[in-house]
Design a protein. Structure first.
Length: 411
């Protein structure tokens, strides 16, 4: 895929080029700095050098440019060279800079700046931190043999030192950019995984409850036929209603807009338990408003009610179910709303672990700063599920607070 025309990083710092245009942009970024070679090129074009120096200058300069460009371009395009070859290329660049500056003239001291850049680009900091000052010292020592360049020596040495360490900083910035890009990609991947988990939880909770109810009503309608066709027709009508609602719920869950309400889930729980011939005892507090209960907390409790009732209908073989909603204070003076669903069925299997439904419910409650507790019912038979969510506002003055017989930390 081509980069957009408005790409804020046209040179693709920290990234390998994917098109010819991007490779050319990187090449131009390297070649433009060759303008600093005007001094050596001026010496060669001036005709004042001896034939030997002229041959040495042209051959050395062309070799210097070729090795430098190949080394830096390969590094900028993320086409790694073997470490031994990289060290050999850097050695050639440094050797040519020293040889040409020593033999031809002071204008060739500028080659040390390119040598310092090549070290800063390709070598780790543990090497470049001493190699760059060493190159600067070599530049100064060679420059001292030219009496007429003493006044300009600082103009050669300072760029050599600063350019090398500047490239060390640029390489650190590029590595940081690469790490940030990798972290951003990881965050996007985790967000996608979290969204898939959310959708899986929603579909499990929605379809598990609805399909269980449809199955029960289908079995009931089958037993009613052909003796009581009117009652069977009523069950079929209920199946149609539940199916339509399940379709609506699934569509809303997929789009991420569904926020279940406790009163809505209460009606569904009553219908499911009634169809399964399970005697249900619902706390009147379930139909009341609770000050301080936020949308996230209410949604988590609604999911807890749906999951608990679905498990009672499908797995418990229970004859009775009790649903309570109580306000409770904990030791840290935080007020919680506790939904507890207790049945008199077979109870949890020994050593059993949470299934997908309970695992997803724990995650939902954790997102609402709540928690889930499950275990054997207080009477020693059956199963109890307790879902806790915090209440934000204090209770209204004079209002009575209901307290359950069990503590929030009880199993």
């Amino acid at each position: 895929m081509n980069e957009p025309e408005t790409d804020p990083n046209p040179v693709m710092f920290g990234r390998a080029p994917r098109t010819l245009r991007q490779a050319l942009a990187k090449s131009v970024w390297i070649v433009i700095w060759f303008l600093y070679l005007s001094g050596p090129i001026g010496d060669l074009a001036g005709g004042e050098l001896s034939p030997a120096d002229d041959v040495l200058g042209w051959a050395g300069l062309l070799a210097f440019i070729a090795v430098y460009f190949a080394l830096v371009f390969r590094h900028m395009t993320h086409r790694p060279m073997p470490d031994g070859l990289v060290r050999a290329a850097v050695f050639v660049i440094v050797a040519l800079a020293a040889l040409l500056a020593w033999e031809i003239g002071p204008n060739w001291l500028v080659l040390f700046t390119f040598a310092s850049v090549s070290v800063g680009v390709t070598q780790p900091f543990r090497i470049s931190r001493w190699a760059i000052p060493a190159l600067t010292c070599v530049l100064v020592l060679i420059g001292l043999r030219y009496p007429n360049v003493h006044v300009y020596l600082f103009a050669y040495a300072l760029p050599c030192l600063l350019s090398g360490f500047a490239m060390v900083g640029v390489q650190h910035m590029i590595r940081t950019m690469q790490e940030l890009r990798a972290a951003r990609e990881e965050v996007a991947r985790l967000a996608a995984n979290e969204e898939r988990l959310r959708l899986a939880r929603d579909l499990h909770d929605l379809l598990g409850h609805s399909l269980s109810l449809i199955t029960l009503k289908s079995e009931l309608a089958g037993r009613m036929l052909p003796g009581t066709p009117d009652a069977a027709a009523q069950q079929v009508a209920d199946i149609e209603r539940v199916s339509r609602q399940a379709l609506v719920d699934v569509r809303e869950a997929v789009t991420g807009y569904r926020r279940p309400r406790l009163t809505v889930e209460l009606a569904g729980a009553r219908a499911a338990l009634r169809t399964a011939a399970i005697t249900a005892d619902f706390d009147p507090a379930l139909e009341q408003e609770h000050r301080g209960l936020g949308e996230d907390g209410e949604g988590a409790l609604a999911w807890a009610l749906r999951e608990a009732v679905t498990n009672v209908v499908r797995h418990s073989s229970a004859g009775r179910c009790e649903v309570l909603l109580t306000e409770e204070w904990e030791a840290d003076e935080r007020r919680y709303l506790c939904l507890s669903v207790t049945d008199d069925g077979t109870g949890p299997a020994r050593g059993a672990h949470d299934g997908n439904g309970l695992s997803g419910l724990r995650e939902r409650l954790a997102l609402a700063d709540g928690r889930l507790e499950t275990g054997t019912a207080p009477r020693g038979r059956g199963f109890v599920l307790r879902a806790y969510v915090p209440l934000g506002a204090p209770p209204v003055s004079g209002a009575t607070t209901r307290t359950a017989d069990h503590s929030p930390s009880g199993a």
